[in-house]
Write a protein that binds this ligand. Structure first.
Ligand code: AHR
Ligand code: AHR
Length: 531
C-alpha cells in the first residue's frame, strides 16, 4: 500500500514537472501548424492603401505635372513604380477628413473651369486639378481598384447618389451623360463606397452623433444602391478608442441601425512611441487585435437580428492604420508639408504586427488600408528630385506579395514579457499587457505552400524556434526573407535604403520540423512546400 503511494507520488512529481504545454526556458520556442486548421480566406483587399487630398499626397506625390519625372498624365513615374511594387489591391479616395467638405463636381470637367476652394481640414488651397477621373486613371495605371468615400459631413445624400450615377451608370441620366461628355464613355463600375469618414470625431466637418449619422447613412445607402445595386458599402465606425468618445456606443449604435444594409464597418488606428519605450510600442498590434475582437463580438450580436438576404455578415475594414505621432503638432498637420512622418525600423516592426493581426483575423477582417500612399504618413517619400522607400514599405510589400490563401490557426509557444500602461495616441491608452509573446506570428497556406510571418520583438536576443508541421512534412528547402537594420531607430533616406528586405540562405527542414533562429528586432518571412 505504502509502496503504491510512493510510486503515485513519484509519478505525480514527474507529471507536474514535465513541460506538456507552455514555454520552458532553455528550450526552443515552437510554432505548430496543421494545414487543415484554418481561420479563413485571406482577402486581397487586406493590401489596400489610401490617397487623400492632404499635404503632398496627391500634388507633389502621385501627381506632379510638368516634372521631368512625370508621364503625360502628370503621374510621377518613379512613384508609380514604387506603388506597383506594393501590389496595392484597392485605394481609398479622396479622404479622410478632407472628404467631409468635398464636393465631387468641383473635381470633374475641363481643368481650366475647375474652381479652387479653401481646404479646411488640413489648411491648403485645393485647386481641384486632380479629381475623380484622374484618380480612376491612376488606379488603372497601378492596377488597383478605386474605393470612394462620400461626403456625409457637408454633403447631401443626393450629392452622394449623383456621384455613384456619374461613376457607375452607363448612359441616359444627366450625370452619366456628363461623364461621357467629359471624355469617359464607359462606366467605371466602382464597387466600394464608404458612407463618410470618422463621423464620430468632433474634428470632422459636419460631425454627427451616432443616431443622426446612422439615419443619414441609411438614406444615402438607399439612394446609392438604387442607383448601382451591386456596390459594397462601408459604414464609418469609431475613428479611434478615445474613451471620451464612447467608441463602443458609436459602433453598437451604427451596427444596429445599419445591420441590414452595410457590408463593412470601418475602424481606424494610429499608434506611436511618444515615450521612447520600445516594448510598449511593439505591443500596440495586440491592442488592435483586442479592438478587432470587440467589433467581431458586436457584429455577431447584431447579425442575430439582421435581415440581409444572401449577403454575408458585416466584415471589418481597418481602412486607416499606421504609425503616426511625430507629425502631429499644429504646424506639422497643416499646409503642404503636413503629416510628413519619417519612419524607422521599430515602426516597420509595428506594421508587421498589424499585418499579422489582419491575417490572424482573416475570417472577419476583409479590408485594410495603410494610411497613406505617398508623403503623408506613407511608405513612399518623394521630393522633386526623386523618391525613396521608407522602412514601412518593406513589410507591406512582403505581405502583399506572399501572404495569400488560407490563414492558419497556429500555436505559438515562446518566452513572453509584460508592459506598462501606455499612451498610444491622443487620448488613447493601452492598459498594461501581460504575457506578451516575443514572437508575433501569422501563417497562410495555398497550393501546397505555407508562409510564416514572424516578428521577433525581442530587442537584443535571437529566438531559436522549431516550426513543426502537424499534418505532414516539409518538402524541400524553405525561402527566408528578412527586414531588419542596425538598430531599431535606423531610418531610410534618398540613396540610403538602410532597412529593406534581404534574402537569407535557404532553410533545410528535417521531416516535419524546420528550426530557425529569428534575429532580434526583425521581421522574417519563411516560405516552403509541405506534403
Ligand atoms: O490619414 C490622416 C487622417 O487621419 C485622415 O484624414 C482621417 O480620417 C484620420 O483621422
Ligand atoms: O489629428 C486629428 C485627429 O486625431 C485625427 O483625424 C484622428 O484620427 C486623430 O486621432
Amino acid at each position: 500500500m505504502k509502496k503504491r503511494r510512493v510510486i503515485y507520488s513519484i509519478l505525480l512529481i514527474l507529471f507536474l514537472s514535465y513541460p506538456i504545454t507552455g514555454y520552458v526556458a532553455g528550450q526552443n520556442a515552437r510554432i505548430k501548424f496543421d494545414t487543415e486548421r484554418i481561420i479563413g480566406e485571406v482577402d486581397k483587399n487586406l493590401y489596400g492603401n489610401f490617397v487623400e487630398h492632404l499635404g503632398r499626397c496627391v500634388y507633389g506625390g502621385i501627381y506632379e505635372p510638368g516634372s521631368p519625372l512625370s508621364d503625360a498624365d502628370g503621374f510621377r513615374k518613379d512613384v508609380l513604380d514604387a506603388v506597383k511594387g506594393l501590389n496595392v489591391s484597392l485605394i481609398r479616395y479622396p479622404g479622410g477628413n478632407f472628404v467631409s467638405n468635398y464636393h465631387w463636381l468641383d473635381g470633374v470637367g475641363p481643368k481650366e473651369e475647375r474652381v479652387p476652394r479653401m481646404e479646411l481640414a488640413w489648411a491648403r488651397l485645393e485647386t481641384n486639378e486632380f479629381g475623380t477621373n484622374e484618380f480612376v486613371k491612376y488606379c488603372r495605371a497601378v492596377g488597383s481598384e478605386p474605393y470612394m468615400s462620400v461626403n456625409m459631413g457637408t454633403g447631401t445624400i443626393e450629392e452622394a447618389q449623383r456621384w455613384v450615377e456619374y461613376c457607375n451608370v452607363k448612359e441616359g441620366p444627366y450625370f452619366a451623360e456628363l461623364r461621357k461628355k467629359h471624355g469617359f464613355p464607359e462606366p467605371y463600375d466602382i464597387k466600394y463606397w464608404s458612407l463618410g469618414n470618422e463621423m464620430d470625431g468632433e474634428w470632422q466637418m459636419g460631425h454627427l452623433n451616432a443616431e443622426d449619422y446612422s439615419k443619414k447613412a441609411l438614406e444615402a445607402a438607399k439612394l446609392m444602391r438604387l442607383t448601382s445595386p451591386d456596390i459594397k458599402l462601408i459604414a464609418a465606425g469609431s475613428s479611434n478608442y478615445r474613451p471620451a468618445a464612447d467608441p463602443d456606443h458609436w459602433n453598437r449604435t451604427i451596427l444596429t441601425n445599419l445591420r441590414d444594409v452595410v457590408d463593412y464597418i470601418a475602424l481606424h488606428m494610429y499608434v506611436g512611441n511618444p515615450d521612447g519605450n520600445y516594448y510598449n510600442f511593439l505591443t500596440t498590434p495586440l491592442v488592435m487585435e483586442q479592438r478587432t475582437d470587440i467589433a467581431r463580438g458586436m457584429i455577431n450580436e447584431v447579425m442575430q437580428k439582421a435581415d440581409r438576404g444572401d449577403r454575408p455578415p458585416i466584415y471589418i475594414a481597418w481602412d486607416e492604420y499606421n504609425v503616426w505621432y511625430r507629425a502631429r503638432t499644429d504646424e506639422t498637420t497643416r499646409g503642404t508639408r503636413a503629416l510628413e512622418e519619417r519612419y524607422n525600423l521599430e515602426d516597420a516592426l509595428v506594421i508587421g504586427g498589424f499585418l499579422n493581426v489582419f491575417i490572424r483575423n482573416a475570417d472577419v477582417v476583409k479590408m485594410a488600408n495603410m494610411a497613406q500612399l505617398v508623403n503623408v504618413i506613407a511608405p513612399i517619400f518623394a521630393e522633386e528630385k526623386g523618391m525613396f522607400r521608407q522602412t514601412i514599405y518593406f513589410p507591406l510589400e512582403l505581405f502583399a506579395k506572399n501572404m495569400h490563401g488560407k490563414s492558419l490557426d497556429i500555436l505559438v509557444d515562446c518566452p513572453t514579457y509584460d508592459t506598462e500602461d501606455f499612451f498610444i495616441g491622443p487620448g488613447e491608452v493601452m492598459t498594461k499587457q501581460t504575457d506578451v509573446p516575443y514572437l508575433d506570428v501569422s501563417a497562410v497556406y495555398e497550393n501546397g505552400e505555407v508562409v510564416f510571418s514572424v516578428v521577433n520583438r525581442h530587442l537584443d536576443k535571437p529566438i531559436t524556434t522549431d516550426i513543426i508541421c502537424q499534418s505532414g512534412v516539409f518538402d524541400g528547402t524553405l525561402e527566408v526573407f528578412e527586414v531588419n537594420g542596425k538598430d531599431i531607430k535606423t531610418v531610410n533616406d534618398f540613396d540610403a535604403e538602410n532597412v529593406k528586405t534581404v534574402s537569407k540562405p535557404a532553410l533545410k527542414a528535417k521531416g516535419n520540423t524546420a528550426t530557425y533562429s529569428f534575429p532580434a528586432h526583425s521581421l522574417t518571412m519563411i516560405k516552403g512546400k509541405v506534403k
